[in-house]
Write a protein that binds this ligand. Sequence first.
Ligand code: MG
Length: 380
Amino acid sequence: MQVAAVIVAAGRGTRAGGGLPKQWRALAGKTVAERTLEAFAAHPRIGRIVLVLHPDDIESDLWPAGLPSDVVSGGATRAASVKAGLAVLEGEAELVLIHDIARPLVSADVIDRVIAGLATHDGAAPAVPVTDALWRGEADVVTGTVERAGLYRAQTPQGFDLAKIIAAHDNASEDAADDVQVARQAGIDVAIVAGDTANLKITTSEDFSRAERLLAERNGADAVRVGNGFDVHRFGPGSNVTLCGVDIPFDRGLQGHSDADVAMHTVTDAIYGALAEGDIGQHFPPSDPQWKGAASHIFLEHAVALAAERGFAIGNVDCTIICEVPKIGPHAPAMRARMAEIMGLRADQVGVKATTSERLGFTGRGEGIAALATVTLVRT
Ligand code: MG
């Protein structure tokens, strides 16, 4: 079944402070909108995503243009905005999940449960049972208690049969609290699936703080990664070697399919390793003639981009070059600068050092150069 999503971001809520509507405010380094869209874009069951924006935001550079989504202008009410989003999808999917942009911590599990609920019902929505006692009050005085059995706190995404929710919205009153109410007015049965207390709706600045704590907790077990790399290239005929992107005049060259930059290869492999993404050979097969003689910064840039795509920045790099000759020391500052430039880092995040192997082994005999590297990746 084709599952699409409508993300409603047309509100102007500024109660959370910061001047901007809350969806454009930063939450642990990314905007709320970006985090919400990423949660849906990363889910394997979700196909098309329609982002409903306030008309004033359509031309702005606030929204994350890089993410896969159709963008439409919303209406004066939430219901009108949802309708505008649904209209884009008419006939394009069987199921639709409608989600508030202000719930950026929605998990893949919650999305899964809503989709599973739609196997047996035309509507399904996540909720958590109310556990606090509920009071009525007037002028700060308790005037009664409310029986909490059977009460739920409603969340999004709320999922529906697409054709049925479009028809329901066509006949709905404009002031419905949410899409479940619209569905129920049209006689659609809505299953309650387990929500998640972390799937909070951000409204106030306290909500931002709580969301930041939850994100830190969620990422805590996988906040930092370490990778190692090791590579060897043998000497052959030539007049220079390329190490960390710097050409060093020498009476021989390094042999290899690409430019044989053994040091840059180890750093690249260390990044792939930290991501559990294999090695250079897997991403750039030596059997592919297009990489013959290739400049190795292509590989390194790819690894850094892949890390960014997985939500990681490079924390630091430490690379050790093992050889008797040529002398590395005088070139180390240029190597660090070049590596930092390629990876978008400061030079003080990149260590390049060299050692001999006391004339022992293949490096000691001057047959080639070995290099090893360690990198840390830090979740952004
Ligand atoms: Mg290599």
